[in-house]
Write a protein that binds this ligand. Structure first.
Ligand SMILES: *Cc1c(COP(=O)(O)O)cnc(C)c1O
Length: 407
């Protein structure tokens, strides 16, 4: 028997994805202007769309002071990162950002990573080994799952937002060290983890609680300190957390913040920290400017919260099937992959960009439109989106009942 052919296998897999409406294509953004962006069409004709699928929740990515900080440092220090942090890449701009984030969150220590994905790999890989267990929410971000794979530890997943399930999993694995890891705000659902109860579970089971606050930071809590502060928990209850800089903060990169000994251990041993080039100092400067604005400009959070309520009220009036969420992530459940794709296409024809999220990013049978709101949106933008969603739904239903969903 000859060996299986890789090219033949991937071609067959792609055919299958096409048949299942699961093909993923990149769209090219030509220009951004606040919540609007110009996108290259399939026919090559560019079009301006109102963007409802980004994660720039506070509208900081094009803010003058954020872009200006980047420009200042680029002109002085150049574009690159030079080397890894432990060689000669560690710069005062990185250091200043780490200090600011630690001060913001009221924790002893913070460590800057190239991205949230790498930071999650680093945390789980550096803390756990083969004899240990990582207990995780079923809907955690893929990077936390991959971190456990890299660590080689046992991985146990409990039903979504179920502290009892977490407790059961930890009881079943009493030997070895344990990390209890959860998203603070779930990225595809928008709901908030039951952090208080999880902190209790971690305490009684002598597990370390790690909260990935990629979508909570900047948005929730006083001064935007995130889901942990919003739950009234302190640094003792949550020894380690992830803050991503590429979402509400409008920049790029991520910070792991918390207990000084744990953070130092990451800096000295985590492979995704050591074996990669440091972020450009200018990018850290942009992040620092963004953190300062996120702390100070409460109106961004207030406006965002008002837009969320406006969107939900409008959706309710139209009978749209939203998941329960008070965060800027407002998914509309479609169930069927083809319906989600057809609705996204209809929305685009009406001038709106909303992403159809399908398995394996979400569980089978739960394809959805993931609507995200931003302080860069206006009330009228949200009103227009609600009307367009209702029309797209009616269109997709008509297509489905005639048996021909046109994409
Ligand atoms: C986006 C995201 C990450 C990864 O962060 P990046 O900085 O984009 O790599 C990690 N966790 C969650 C929950 C996320 O949504």
């Amino acid at each position: 028997m000859p060996r299986e052919s890789l090219p033949a296998r991937i071609a067959a897999q792609r055919e299958q994805r096409i048949g299942e409406h699961r093909i993923r294509i990149r769209r090219t953004v030509l220009r951004r202007d606040g919540a609007r962006c110009e996108v290259a069409g399939a026919d090559g004709v560019p079009r301006w769309l109102l963007n409802f699928c980004g994660n720039d929740y506070l509208g900081l990515s094009q803010q003058f002071a954020v872009a200006g900080a980047l420009q200042d440092v680029v002109s002085r220090e150049g574009a690159g990162g030079m080397a890894s942090h432990l060689v000669c890449g560690h710069h005062a701009e990185h250091e200043a950002l780490e200090r600011e984030v630690a001060d913001w969150l009221g924790v002893p220590s913070a460590l800057l990573f190239g991205s949230g994905y790498m930071a999650n790999l680093a945390v789980v890989q550096a803390l756990l080994g083969r004899a240990d267990v990582c207990v995780q929410d079923k809907l955690n971000h893929a990077s936390l799952i991959d971190g456990a794979r890299l660590a080689g530890c046992a991985l146990r997943r409990y039903p979504h937002a179920d502290p009892e399930g977490a407790l059961r999993q930890l009881r079943m694995t009493p030997d070895g060290a344990a990390l209890l890891a959860t998203d603070g705000v779930f990225s595809m659902d928008g709901d908030v983890a039951p952090l208080k109860q999880l902190a209790l579970v971690a305490r009684v089971q002598h597990a370390t609680l790690y909260v990935d606050d990629a979508h909570g930071i900047g948005v929730l809590g006083e001064e935007g300190r995130g889901s942990i502060a919003d739950a009234g928990l302190d640094a003792a209850a949550v020894p380690l957390r992830l803050v991503t800089l590429g979402k509400a903060l409008g920049s790029y990169g991520a910070v792991v913040a918390g207990d000084a000994d744990l953070v130092r251990h990451l800096a000295e041993t985590a492979r995704p920290y050591i074996y990669t080039t440091a972020l450009p100092p200018a990018q850290a400067a942009a992040s620092l400017a963004a953190v300062k604005l996120a702390r100070r400009e409460h109106w961004r959070r207030e406006k965002l919260a008002a837009l969320v309520q406006r969107f939900r009220a409008g959706a309710r009036r139209h009978g749209l099937d939203l998941l329960p969420s008070d965060t800027p992530i407002q998914p509309l459940l479609c169930g069927n992959d083809a319906v989600a794709v057809a609705m996204a296409a209809a929305l685009e024809r009406m001038g709106f960009w909303v992403a159809a999220i399908r398995p394996p990013t979400v569980p089978e049978g739960s394809a959805r439109l993931r609507v995200t709101l931003s302080a860069a949106h206006a009330d009228g933008d949200v009103d227009k989106l609600v009307d367009a969603l209702a029309r797209a739904r009616d269109y997709a239903q008509a297509g489905a009942s005639s048996g021909a969903v046109v994409v």
